[in-house]
Design a protein around this ligand. Structure first.
Ligand SMILES: *Cc1c(COP(=O)(O)O)cnc(C)c1O
Length: 346
């Protein structure tokens, strides 16, 4: 992984609050072996991108959502929160220093990784008394450099493996949510699947796939009426920025032509029934890394559910449309308030 040149760092202590921010050359961070992050997982993070528009201006995409989410994640694990507008200004200073890593080509961007960890070194399991907020970055290219690649999911019921549970912290971007998913995911990969589809409850409700939010397009009873469905923000899924973009764009551009846009529970049984009746049109995942990720099939026990793609088709039409619509705003091909030139933030 190529990394950008710098690291943004801000230290915090319970006694003195946040210290003066520093941007330094990229470097190792020094931690006491007893640091709380290494023992109890006090860590939260964000994933966001800086883009370059056709005129060469660096831009951020809905950054306030990421920074508010970072604060909610931090609060959930008793880490200190930060003034989101001040952090945005720091990130802008950081991005300006790293501008040469934002290649002005379609699909390229600078991935930004803000993190907060607990650095206090007492072994008691208590609220952190010292923390470090930092941000690093790396340039990334198009996720699908050779065209879309549809993936096959293996559905796993929550009795077998789960990433989130009612009252848990699955709706936050905290490190502790990710490591426990890797062993079940590795096992699914060995069986030939690219990602797990995490189900919830005895009725096998859909939650998320890997680290993507999930969308399902159904043709409804009345022929030629369509429903776009995604699970609700009930604490079991991560509130994705890309998820929100898809919902907003769908309400703006699909609802006027009769589409139903639903944030609602959907079980495997409904998906299987729709597929059997020829009404499962498309399934796709969303996230900052890929924008949208087409899904070809879902293995559910002994049942293989085909998700509407023809054999040689790489992505559904609606999936491809959302990618086009979202990227048009990210790269300011369509001028829209979601994309902010860093020069306008100070
Ligand atoms: C980050 C993440 C997503 C996607 O969120 P975006 O804001 O769209 O990038 C979805 N699910 C999980 C578990 C995640 O960590």
């Amino acid at each position: 992984m190529i990394r950008a040149d710098h690291i943004l760092q801000v230290r915090w202590t319970a006694g003195s609050g946040w210290q003066t921010p520093q941007i330094a050359p990229y470097q190792q961070i020094e931690l006491d072996p007893a640091a709380a992050v290494l023992h109890y997982g006090f860590e939260c993070f964000e994933g966001m991108k800086a883009y370059k528009d056709a005129w060469g201006n660096a831009r951020l995409f809905r950054p306030e959502i990421n920074l508010d989410r970072l604060n909610r994640s931090a609060a959930r694990i008793a880490l200190p929160t930060f003034d989101a507008s001040e952090l945005l200004k720091l990130i802008v200073r950081f991005v300006k220093l790293e501008e040469r890593f934002i290649y002005g080509k379609p699909g390229y961007s600078l991935y930004l990784r803000p993190v907060i960890i607990a650095t206090n070194s007492n072994l008691g399991v208590t609220a952190p008394t010292a923390a470090l907020l930092y941000c690093i970055a790396c340039p990334v290219g198009p996720y699908f450099s050779a065209g879309f690649k549809a993936i096959n999911l293996e559905a796993t019921s929550s009795a077998v493996a789960t990433r989130a549970w009612p009252g848990g912290a699955g709706n936050h971007k905290i490190g502790g949510n990710y490591a426990p998913c890797i062993a079940p995911e590795k096992a699914a990969k060995a069986r030939g699947f690219q990602q797990l589809l995490w189900l919830s409850g005895a009725d096998d409700r859909i939650t998320e796939a890997g680290t993507m939010n999930l969308f399902i397009v159904l043709r409804s009873e009345q022929e030629e009426q369509f429903e776009l469905i995604t699970p609700p923000l009930d604490g079991m899924i991560l509130p994705g920025v890309t998820r929100d973009c898809v919902l907003s764009l769908a309400r703006e551009r699909l609802r006027p032509s009769g589409w139903i846009i639903s944030e609602r529970q959907i079980c495997m049984s409904e998906i299987i029934q729709a597929a059997g009746a020829g009404k499962l049109v498309e399934v796709f995942g969303t996230g900052t890394a890929a924008v949208v990720s087409p899904i070809r099939s879902i293995q559910y026990g002994d049942t293989l559910v085909q998700c509407g793609l023809a054999r040689h088709q790489r992505a559904g039409a609606i999936t491809a449309l959302f990618k086009e619509w979202i990227e048009a705003r990210q790269y300011a091909v369509e001028e829209h308030p979601w994309s902010v030139p860093v020069s306008q933030i100070s």
